[in-house]
Write a protein that binds this ligand. Structure first.
Ligand code: ADP
Ligand code: 5GP
Length: 201
């Protein structure tokens, strides 16, 4: 597709720092947009509908599945999460690059059914540090926290699916690594083929 955008799947156990990293990358590169997922979970304090997620009811989500509106979707922690095919395709067709903050089951679906993208997995320095960050983020009961940690381990087991791994020990370094991956990927010959052809013509 001429000038088609690039999609970047970013996965990490919750609390690793994915949101913090992506927020900075989005500020640095205006051509990268954030794919706003649909979810049935309730907003956390400071989350904005339409910006962090589209918060919808379970019925609306199930109707969306029925109508085949999601490029991928998953059920996680008793809530549904999904990516709209239409929104994703619209951005990519306009030549925008797209960051998708999704977990590994969704990443697998996109890898198998949505053409080539970049798959990045972010790891915390350790599970102890992950606990600290989850607590810092707030609004979680002890029960929910334990569940997130168990899920973190399951998520990390899927790491073989990803092209790039970033350890988020230090936020600045992690952002810098993400930036390097993106810039290098944009310079791949096959992504620049149209421009190379124009050059010779
Ligand atoms: P995620 O989106 O992966 O759930 P967040 O970006 O919300 O994670 O980060 C979870 C918490 O950890 C936040 O309070 C954030 O400020 C903090 N955090 C993120 N990266 C780092 C880091 N490298 N060192 C220390 N704290 C961090
Ligand atoms: P949280 O509730 O912490 O915002 O997100 C929980 C998990 O759901 C995270 O791992 C996040 O990446 C994932 N997630 C968010 N949106 C989507 C989505 O549209 N599809 C999939 N498969 N996972 C998502």
């Amino acid at each position: 597709m001429r000038n088609g955008g690039l999609f970047i799947v970013v996965s990490a156990p919750s609390g690793t720092g994915k949101t913090s990293i992506c927020r900075e990358i989005l500020k640095m590169f205006p051509n990268i947009r954030f794919s706003v997922s649909y979810t049935t979970r309730k907003p956390r304090p400071n989350e904005i509908d339409g910006q962090d997620y589209h918060f919808i009811s379970e019925k609306e989500f199930l109707d969306g599945i029925e109508r085949g509106e999601f490029a991928e979707w998953t059920e996680n922690y008793g809530h549904y999460y999904g990516t709209s095919t239409k929104t994703m395709a619209a951005f990519l067709e306009r030549g925008c690059d797209l960051i998708l903050d999704i977990e590994s089951a969704g990443a697998k679906t996109l890898k198998n059914h949505f053409g080539p993208g970049i798959f990045i997995f972010i790891l915390p320095p350790s599970l102890d540090e992950l606990k600290v960050r989850l607590r810092k983020r707030g609004s979680e009961s002890d029960d929910a926290l334990q569940k997130r940690l168990r899920n973190a381990l399951n998520e990390i087991r899927e790491i073989g699916l990803y092209d790039y791994i970033i350890f988020n020990d230090n936020l600045e370094t992690a952002i810098d690594r993400f930036k390097s991956i993106y810039v290098a990927e944009k310079c791949r010959r096959e992504r620049l083929q149209e421009r190379i052809n124009d050059f010779f013509n």
